[in-house]
Design a protein around this ligand. Structure first.
Ligand SMILES: [Mn+2]
Length: 323
């Protein structure tokens, strides 16, 4: 079984480079911080390093200051093992995977159903609510004591990936794990406030402007937002704001699939697409068709092309499934 083998691998190495996907969020950060604390308890060394910055609202996580960003000094970091958390494929780490020039073993710990097993050791559990929940299971398997800082990290990861325990990935085990983490005196309302109720005033103004731009398709079963280059410029559309749009749309009666289309965020004619499903449509399959992936109910992809043509193609694909 994957868990036992991952534990054996962790014991083998002494120096870890720990990373997760770009556009960091609660689960990626939670899993990283909890994993780092775990190897420290085993008397081992490690560095957490990501391509992207700590996202707004997550500075409260204990230990977040020791997380490094990819920079000029990064190629000189020595490590014996690369740990990739919450990534469906290696490229989701951005450019971080390139630091593994000496082809050190890769441990792939992830819960995306689209994960093909890019590591030398893979533990992929699509039934896990979150990568943080998987790290929790490593603590249990190794019988390592949990302390408050990593309890906060793992709770935050589980909370964000389950949409605060309301998505279909929430299991009885998710609640059991969370119940144990709560014993460490975690301030749940405060975490919730930091992560979800922390919109900046200018973002709120933008949100109000964008909400009327909602479109519907398939008799109201698909809701989507089209964010043109002009709106998305200066990176003003944070994922935070994107999440707000997605949550708003998924709360509408009869809506099965919610999509966010963002034009040309980084380069060229790329369209960033975020998909959420209420369960009837497997959006991982839809995203996979356009070169992406994720989970059955939450996935993403970044195809090339004119945004209007891309929208047409994606909607046609989903309408087929809804039929
Ligand atoms: Mn995750």
């Amino acid at each position: 079984m994957g868990l036992k083998r991952i534990c054996a691998s962790i014991k083998k190495y002494n120096n870890f480079l720990i990373t997760a996907h770009t556009r960091l969020e609660g689960d990626a950060l939670g899993a990283e911080l909890a994993f780092y604390a775990l190897i420290r308890k085993l008397g081992k060394q490690g560095v957490i390093l990501n391509e992207d910055n700590i996202p707004y609202g997550h500075e409260f996580l204990p230990g977040v200051k020791k997380i490094r960003r990819l920079d000029a000094g990064s190629p000189y970091i020595k490590f014996g093992c690369l740990v990739v958390l919450d990534c469906a494929d290696l490229k989701r780490t951005g450019e971080v995977w390139r630091l593994n020039k000496e082809n050190k073993p890769i441990l792939n710990i992830d819960h995306h159903i689209s994960n093909q097993g890019f590591g030398d050791e893979n533990w992929v559990d699509p039934h896990a609510s979150s990568c943080s929940e998987m790290v929790y299971r490593i603590y249990k398997q190794m019988r390592l004591p949990i302390a408050k800082p990593e309890a906060i990290a793992m709770y935050t990861g589980i909370m964000t990936d389950t949409g605060s325990f309301r998505y279909s990935n929430t299991t009885s085990f998710t609640h059991q794990a969370s119940a144990e983490l709560l014993k460490f005196g975690i301030n749940v309302p405060l975490i919730y406030r930091y992560v979800y109720e922390n919109l900046a005033l200018e973002e709120t103004r933008l949100l109000v402007k964008l909400l009327p731009r909602i479109h519907f398709s398939a008799q109201g079963r698909i809701a989507y937002f089209k964010l043109n280059r002009s709106i998305a410029k200066d990176g003003t559309i944070s994922m935070d704001l994107g999440d707000q749009l997605l949550s708003f749309a998924r709360a509408i009666k009869g809506v099965e699939v919610v999509i966010l289309f963002r034009e040309n965020l980084e380069a060229g004619d790329l369209v960033r697409i975020n998909l959420r499903s209420q369960g009837k449509v497997d959006v991982n399959k839809v995203a996979a068709f356009f070169g992406g992936g994720g989970h059955k109910t939450a996935a993403g992809c970044t195809p090339r092309g004119d945004i209007n043509k891309v929208i047409k193609k994606v909607l046609a694909r989903i309408r087929q499934v809804l039929r």
